[in-house]
Ligand binder design. Sequence first.
Ligand code: SF4
Length: 353
Amino acid sequence: MGSRFEQLADAVLAGVPAGPGDALAVLGADDAEVLSLVAAAGRLRRAHFGNTVKVNYLVNLKSGLCPENCNYCSQALGSAAPILKYSWLSKEETLKQACAGIAGGAARVCLVSSGRGPSNRDIDRVTEMVGALKAEHPEVEVCACLGLLSDGQAERLAEAGVDAYNHNINTAESHHHTIVQTHTYADRVDTVEKAKTGGLSPCSGLIAGLGETDEQLVEALFALKELDADSIPVNFLMPFDGTPLADTWELSPLRCLKILAMARFVCPDKEIRIAGGREMHLRSLQPLALHVANSLFLGDYLTSEGQAAQADLDMIRDNGFVVLGSEEDRARTEPIDPAIRRRGAGTGLVPNA
Ligand code: SF4
């Protein structure tokens, strides 16, 4: 008989959905069980996504200067994080940035702007950008992430060729009021519903490490399942200096793996994306996480730098995965020569220790 997680994977593959108790058991797994957990969740990943990794690329159209007070966000009202602040990129600059991501292998470009929500003029601006991008790269998916939507805006984005809309619920309804006061959980859910009814693929995820309990993480995940989000970005809090959560460090690499595995068990056929905080929190376990998640962001995030894009592509290749939609093998091809040791024993130089 396999491990308890192998048995859970068997059940999920047989069509029995994982319940909240199963999700809590995954979060509470002993560290010694993590490899069997990853192996079991990896079976679900491969059943639905094979060995593909969807590569997404973020373009921050408008950075900082947001009137909302999400306390995890470096762009929020009151944040003193020393981030780049700028108003809307031009269409030309947007295209240039998006094309860099596409050249790196991105199948989806995510056009993101800070702010409570777009004005109709902002929607005009974004639809123009998307028209230009789709004219050059019709094969690339475009996801917009512009904040809370008003009636009719999702339909306008869909008509312009936008494929998906991202609006994260971020955390459980029961925890939401502790992380933001300028809008409600219901506002966020309403925008995801507007995106769906407007013909856009819903992308909605969460942020782990915001002071939530295990039960609240499970609550958030089942809310996303209920919302039927097609893609679920799992973020790990990046505690920026200058924000209220600056000193909040609740995550470990193994904890992050368990959170991703829980998402895979509960939503086995959905795109589970390792999102912000990947490098900072998963650290040397990033490659293992790819055996559970099937999607990541290439390169940099909205206001912070990610690891080198080539390191992301190497990690995908080294783990036996391929970039979804990319015919070209973009991984490293040049050999890596052994570096001859010229320090430590036998030399007068300090050792590498
Ligand atoms: S609405 Fe978006 S950009 Fe503004 S503070 Fe919240 S998360 Fe940050």
